[in-house]
Design a protein around this ligand. Structure first.
Ligand SMILES: Nc1nc2c(ncn2[C@@H]2O[C@H](COP(=O)(O)OP(=O)(O)OP(=O)(O)O)[C@@H](O)[C@H]2O)c(=O)[nH]1
Ligand SMILES: [Mg+2]
Length: 322
């Protein structure tokens, strides 16, 4: 049976042994879009690999200096569900808010996940909470609006640091900042350890397979609660409209173009348009527009302009499909 992630549809996903990988944005199988967000080095790419049961599809940062600079989007069929995982750089890092490259990557992430993700996974390490960690959590709290938390699960990595015999919910309650964040996300949180919990563990709780099963159940529940709809807002709807319009126009100029090069062309062309339009707009403002739906200052005007431009090229007025 074909999955449909349009409004009101429901689906169940569960993890199964190795399945074939498929190309990006498969036309005939709608994707469940999952975006992984979090601070640099919090284990985002490793979580993506653990979820896909693969070792190095997503590039893990083993060096102290370098880190994921790029958004990486990969699809995999898990139990007949086409899952699109988008791994991101550390957008919440308080010291990198001015980086032009990071801004380009955020725009690519928006293009990849438009009309919007069905799930956000927010990664944090199980670790001693310093003022720096608190600043990142504050930053997340500030950006994530009322809508986004309904689609968000907090995912703790480095589970080995969790005191023996303690459940993640109990540990979270010990820190007010963390507890507030998890509560904002409907109490949804899970713990894994990408390094140490992959083998058969004696303790069934300290086991990635068990935790991922729990996470997939949470994702199913989140999908049900949101009636199959994805998280969306003006920015994401606009980018989706542009994507559809650009796809049609490239198909017309290059009939017979196959799916992968078509998507690459669309992405390249949209990135150029977005970069031009968002020149001078800070990373934080775009992050706010993505996660909070907040269109501060000139952003509202820019998005309005982009919508009318895209509509000129596209007859259909349907703005978004989840
Ligand atoms: N012990 C342990 N190490 C982990 C875990 N998750 C990730 N690591 C290690 O932490 C380092 C960073 O992991 P990444 O997955 O690259 O983290 P990231 O958030 O993608 O990092 P950036 O892309 O730089 O933002 C790597 O050396 C990983 O092997 C975990 O759950 N436990
Ligand atoms: Mg990474």
């Amino acid at each position: 049976m074909q999955m449909n992630f349009g409004s009101g549809t429901r689906t169940q996903i569960s993890h199964s042994p190795r399945q074939p990988r498929y190309l990006h944005n498969m036309e005939n199988i709608p994707a469940m879009r999952i975006v992984i967000l979090g601070k640099t080095g919090s284990g985002k790419s490793s979580l993506a690999n653990t979820l896909f049961e693969e070792e190095e599809t997503f590039k893990v940062n083993d060096s102290a200096n370098s880190q994921t600079q790029f958004c990486q989007s990969e699809n995999k069929i898990i139990n007949r569900t086409n899952i699109q995982l988008v791994d991101t750089p550390g957008f919440f890092d308080t010291d990198k808010q001015n980086g032009a490259e990071l801004k380009d990557e955020l725009l690519k992430c928006i293009i990849d996940c438009a009309p919007g993700p069905h799930v956000f996974l927010l990664t944090l390490k199980v670790e001693k909470f310093t003022s720096q960690e608190q600043a990142v959590v504050d930053q997340m709290m500030e950006f994530i609006s009322e809508e986004a938390p309904k689609f968000t699960t907090v995912m703790f990595t480095h589970g080995e640091q969790l005191p023996k015999g303690k459940k993640i919910e109990e540990w979270v309650k010990e820190n007010k900042g963390l507890n507030d964040l998890v509560q904002k996300c409907g109490g949804r949180c899970h713990v894994i350890d990408n390094k140490y919990w992959n083998k058969d563990q004696e303790d069934p709780y300290r086991n990635n397979q068990y935790q991922i099963k729990q996470l997939l159940e949470t994702i199913n529940k989140t999908m049900e609660e949101n009636e199959g709809n994805c998280y969306t807002n003006d920015l994401l709807k606009t980018v989706q409209l542009m994507k559809e319009s650009e796809t049609e126009s490239i198909k017309q100029s290059s009939p017979g173009i196959s799916e992968e090069p078509l998507y690459e062309e669309v992405k390249k062309s949209l990135l150029l348009i977005l970069k031009q339009n968002f020149a001078g707009v800070a990373l934080g403002a775009i992050l706010g527009a993505l996660l909070g739906g907040v269109l501060v200052g000139i952003l509202g005007g820019i998005i309005g302009g982009l919508v009318s431009e895209a509509r000129k090229h596209k007859k259909a007025q349907k703005i978004h499909r989840c």
